[in-house]
Design a protein around this ligand. Structure first.
Ligand code: SAH
Ligand code: SF4
Length: 421
């Protein structure tokens, strides 16, 4: 979602005649688009802004803008601690940015423009990073209030974009050469419930999958509590809907899941994962896991490891719990030491890396379709399989943006190697 916002910012500024520089020291305006999900992103932001101080002293006309979720969340702190930041703008103020820059140039006064609520997302106004694949947001915001998560506070309540608008955008993108679309929402499975004419996410997928020339459809994220049998069936039955579901587990213990306000149990999660594995051929399930949630004990963590072993996730994004001010988990008491949490985290990562490696090894020797996405390391090309795994192979850059057949020759935990056929 944050990357899509950056594409919107790029579009708006391109339209005003600005252009992107390759080297930060050549530019007149710096825009930092921030994330607030974990504290690490916040700390990185401070590092980046700090690094810009000398640059600004050397180039006084430089305009520094900080936007996105952290800008929204910590507007006072950023304005106060970094007075050389010229513009602070929120997630609902993106379309105003060109106007804010002009205002800054004319008045030379610092600007802080944050709308707490609103809908500021126009689907036909973004600059695509790739010529062959694109994001389309289908909803913004979130209603779930998982107790650790800041997203509902900074992005607001869930608003679904009208299906006609999504369809029209998808059609236009395909007519412009896009062959892969990633539909984005914090919880795609609750899409459409708030519309005047409610529709389900499966319905939307079905409609979009019928667009001629659209080779690959992806979507994220699926909240386990809202996933339907209808969705699993449609993925299984529709060749251009990819066999990959990102299904964040967060934790394996019912006690922790309850404290996280996730609204499902371990047993329910395992049942869904089993359904996916049995209905979708060669299914790929990836996940997000948080360790060290307040009150999580060894016994709880063991349930997480148990789910990881049973589901055998193809890949997992693992995070150490990060306290976010204003969320309800902030009030929970935490008796577990940091050291212990770090050890669990390592244990989880080691287990998952081994499983990812074994799952990747299972497809060595197979011949599979790859969308070539760009140059990889050395003289290699990098592409993705239907299941979203990365494959590196030798080839020429004229293949970028094309679907090619690749024989898988080797496997690591995080990528595969192959030979183009
Ligand atoms: N809407 C998505 C998640 C968006 S945030 C969903 O519900 O799955 C992406 C991931 O960041 C989450 O799945 C979670 O694993 C992680 N995350 C969110 N808040 C966090 C926190 N406070 N500490 C650690 N990880 C967090
Ligand atoms: Fe955050 Fe939960 Fe919403 Fe995902 S579903 S964005 S984790 S509140």
């Amino acid at each position: 979602m944050n990357e899509f916002d950056s594409e919107r910012i790029a579009y708006l500024l391109d339209n005003e005649g600005y252009f992107a520089t390759e080297n930060i020291y050549d530019c007149d305006i710096v825009i930092i688009n921030t994330c607030a999900v974990r504290e690490k992103a916040e700390n990185k932001l401070y590092g980046h802004i700090g690094n810009l101080k000398n640059f600004k002293t050397a180039k006084p006309g430089l305009i520094i803008c900080v936007g996105g979720c952290t800008a929204q969340n910590l507007k006072e702190k950023i304005s106060k601690d970094f007075p050389y930041v010229d513009i602070v703008f929120g997630t609902h103020n993106i379309s105003q940015l060109p106007e804010l820059i002009l205002k800054k140039i004319k008045s030379n006064k610092n600007i802080c423009e944050i709308k707490e609520k609103g809908f500021d997302c126009i689907l036909d106004k973004f600059k695509r990073t790739y010529s062959f694949k694109s994001y389309i947001p289908i909803s913004i915001g979130c209603n779930n209030f998982c107790s650790y998560c800041i997203v509902p506070y900074v992005r607001g309540r869930e608003i679904s974009i009208k299906p006609e608008e999504i369809y029209k955008t998808a059609k236009r993108l395909v007519s412009e050469g896009i062959i892969e679309i990633m539909l984005l929402g914090q919880n795609v499975n609750s899409y459409g419930k708030d519309l005047d004419k409610p529709i389900t996410f499966s319905h939307l997928l079905d409609k979009i999958s019928q667009i001629e020339g659209l080779k690959r459809i992806r979507f994220m994220t699926s909240h386990p509590k809202d996933i339907s049998a209808e969705l699993i069936n449609i993925i299984a039955d529709t060749p251009n809907i990819m066999n990959h579901i990102h299904l964040p587990l967060q934790a394996g213990s019912d006690k922790v899941l309850k404290m996280m306000n996730r609204n499902y149990t371990k047993e329910y999660y395992l049942e869904i994962a089993n359904n996916i594995r049995s209905v979708i051929k060669n299914s790929c399930i990836t996940t997000d896991i948080i360790t060290g949630f307040p009150g999580e004990e060894r016994e709880d963590f063991d349930h997480t490891l148990d789910v990881v072993k049973k589901v055998r996730f193809n890949r997992a994004f693992t995070f150490i719990y990060s306290k976010r001010e204003g969320t309800s988990a902030c009030d929970l008491i935490d008796n577990v030491s940091k050291k212990e949490k770090k050890e669990w985290f390592k244990e989880l990562v080691t287990l998952q890396n081994q499983i990812s490696l074994e799952e990747n090894q299972k497809i060595v020797g197979e011949c599979l379709e790859v969308l070539v996405e760009g140059k990889g390391k050395k003289n290699f090309l990098e592409g993705r399989l239907e299941n979203n795994s990365v494959v590196n192979f030798e080839g020429t850059s004229d293949l970028i943006g094309k679907l090619v057949n690749v024989q898988i020759t080797g496997a690591k935990s995080f990528y595969l190697t192959g030979k183009i056929l």
